[in-house]
Design a protein around this ligand. Structure first.
Ligand code: SAH
Ligand code: SF4
Length: 360
């Protein structure tokens, strides 16, 4: 493990708590209003957004074609960045974890994961999480607050400033801290900026929102953003799921699967089911058989994730043999099942683990 330490060149936001709006989550129209109110022409908004989202500059000062007086005024009125990089840790497998401090001192994490020819960035949507899944360290710390749209977008901007240009970050997954569909407004606003061709310009096919199964949120997400949906299942029956994921008592598996069966998928697209395998708890053959029945008929793929051990917990990852048998049973039922070995094990890359260490 290489500890990259606090990143010297990344400055701390100068204000601690501010009433200023953050530039990263302004719509183009809002930025134009700001610029026009300063007596400048509206085309400056395109130039500024280009510096911010495409050229990834570190400050207003670097926006070379913007008149100095306008830069100075914008700096007075708007926040350029809202996250302070407290630490970054790089794993032996190239996975890099970022610990960010928000302006109120709370901590969140983002994880950059190298794939074959691109990078995936895993971002947080809340500080902590109220769902209390038994295997998840984020849940253990409880819930603090929702992230604002700019705090979500700024995770992407900060990591892009830091990361090498190649391979490019092409995929965004909301699989960091928190339950994105309990911060719907914030997540939807942020997603609009992520997929706006004039802003961060990610393909909506490469943005994935992962949920523990918040049915009203799933219904709302299905109404038009066209991003991918991932659902953390983790158990194939009501009782076991309620034990592993208490949210199942509020939104039971049966209703969840009925909702997903009707979910409006674009042609060729599939729902991703995530299943964290925990030794002797949900990794038996009977669980695989029930899971196969449960997801049958829904266009989907299943990600099998061997548990990343959490300090202080007696839950264990599955035996290799049981993992293979589980996958084989799904294959035999013609279900795409991919084993996602945890990356970044040596930097505790599973959700919430680094912030947990810092006493979130
Ligand atoms: N709250 C949402 C999205 C973020 S959860 C959800 O539950 O879907 C983050 C992801 O990390 C989930 O896919 C979860 O399965 C995984 N995760 C959390 N703790 C883990 C652990 N100890 N081992 C392996 N995966 C874990
Ligand atoms: Fe929250 Fe997701 Fe962790 Fe469950 S797995 S506690 S929903 S972050």
């Amino acid at each position: 493990m290489q500890n990259l330490g606090p990143c010297a060149q990344i400055q701390r936001p100068s204000e601690t708590v501010s009433s200023k709006r953050a530039i990263s989550a302004l719509t183009k129209e809002e930025l134009i209003d700001e610029i026009v109110s300063l007596g400048e022409r509206s085309f400056r908004a395109d130039q500024i957004r280009d510096w911010l989202y495409k050229k990834n500059v570190q400050s207003f000062e670097e926006m070379a074609n913007i008149p100095k007086a306008l830069r100075t005024e914008l700096k007075k009125r708007l926040l350029f960045r809202t996250l302070n990089l407290r630490r970054s840790l790089r794993s032996g497998d190239g996975t890099t974890k970022f610990l960010f401090e928000l302006m109120d001192g709370l901590l969140i994490e983002s994880v950059l994961i190298p794939e074959k020819d691109h990078m995936t960035l895993c971002i947080s949507s809340q500080v902590g999480c109220a769902m209390g899944c038994i295997f998840c360290l984020t849940g253990k710390g409880g819930f603090k607050r929702n992230l604002t749209p700019h705090e979500i977008v700024d995770q992407v901007l900060e990591v892009k400033r830091w990361a090498p240009k190649r391979p490019a970050i092409t995929n965004i997954v909301f699989m960091g801290m928190g339950e994105p569909l309990l911060n719907l407004e914030g997540v939807i606003k942020a997603v609009r900026i992520l997929i706006d061709p004039e802003a961060l310009s990610f393909s909506h096919r490469r943005v994935t929102v992962s949920t523990s199964g918040i049915i009203p949120g799933i219904l709302r997400l299905g109404q038009g953003l066209n991003v991918n949906l991932a659902v953390s299942l983790n158990a194939p029956s009501e009782d076991l799921r309620s034990h592993i994921m208490p949210i199942n008592k509020r939104y039971p598996l049966k209703e969840l699967m009925e909702t997903l069966a009707k979910y409006p998928l674009q042609k060729g697209r599939r729902i991703t089911f995530e299943y964290v395998l925990i030794r002797d708890l949900n990794d038996r053959e009977e669980h695989a058989q029930r899971l196969a029945k449960l997801v049958k008929g829904i266009p989907c793929k299943v990600n099998l994730i061997p548990l990343n051990e959490v300090p202080g917990s007696d839950l264990r990852p599955p035996e290799e043999e049981d993992l293979n048998t589980f996958q084989k049973i799904l294959f035999e039922a013609n279900i795409t099942a991919i084993v996602r070995k945890s990356k970044g094990k040596d930097i505790m890359a599973a959700c919430g683990q680094l912030a947990g260490l810092y006493g979130l």
